[in-house]
Design a protein. Structure first.
Length: 230
């Protein structure tokens, strides 16, 4: 149920994701499994972030961050802090973003790399993901230069199997460049993205709207032709 919830969130089916959360949270509470409880509530925080509801997102992510597993295993704490930073970016709290990212990095350094953890965590969460969430946070907080720097750092660190994550971070990089007025670089970045995934396509649709508003003319026309062809 937790995986179904995340798949629905990732596929922009938010009402379905909320329904899956209720079932998943009930089952997890009965099991007493701290790792899956963390996953479910952390995902709900991400869901509310995608819905543009930062207060609800912070509340849900705080449930995850207060679980005892975050005190036992710093890697869980690190993910909680990194996702908290992304939510604070949506609230335009740059100082909060800075603090949360600092906590995420410190906790990751304390984590024992040899300790067993669920595959759903180890398959994606690493330094590259911290930088990607940092890019998200600073982009939402309208800090384009910081967002671009973290996106570049993330892209140099991604493991080869994380194709979808790389596309998402590249889309964030394009938005950061566009926000700084670097329209031609932004388009070149966007062109390099595989747009098959629904979430990536939604991000590029938003990029297209912003590009049309910021730079109508030859640059936009060139991008629109490639966007429609994709």
């Amino acid at each position: 149920m937790s995986s179904a919830m995340w798949a629905a969130t990732d596929g922009r089916r938010f009402d379905e994701a909320l329904r899956h959360h209720e079932r998943a949270a009930g089952l997890a509470q009965e099991s007493g499994d701290q790792a899956i409880l963390f996953r479910i509530w952390s995902h709900k925080g991400s869901l509310y972030r995608h819905l543009g509801r930062p207060a609800d997102a912070l509340d849900a992510n705080d449930v995850a961050r207060r679980l005892s597993i975050t005190r036992r295993d710093p890697l869980f704490a690190s993910l909680g802090h990194a996702r908290h930073a992304a939510i604070l970016g949506l609230a335009r709290d740059k100082a909060g973003v800075d603090r949360a990212l600092g906590c995420a990095r410190d906790a990751m350094l304390r984590a024992d790399p040899g300790e067993w953890r669920p595959l759903w965590l180890t398959a994606f969460y690493d330094e590259a993901e911290v930088h990607s969430l940092a890019a998200t946070a600073y982009l939402a907080a309208d800090q384009g230069a910081e967002a671009e720097a973290h996106a570049h750092a993330s892209l140099t660190l991604f493991r080869p199997h994380l194709v979808r994550s790389r596309s998402i971070t590249t889309a964030r990089l394009a938005r950061a460049q566009l926000g700084q007025g670097e329209t031609e670089r932004a388009v070149a970045t966007a062109v390099s993205i595989d747009v098959a995934h629904p979430r990536v396509r939604a991000m590029l649709a938003s990029f297209t709207r912003d590009l049309r508003r910021i730079a109508p003319g030859p640059v936009y026309d060139s991008w629109e032709q490639q966007w429609k062809a994709a």
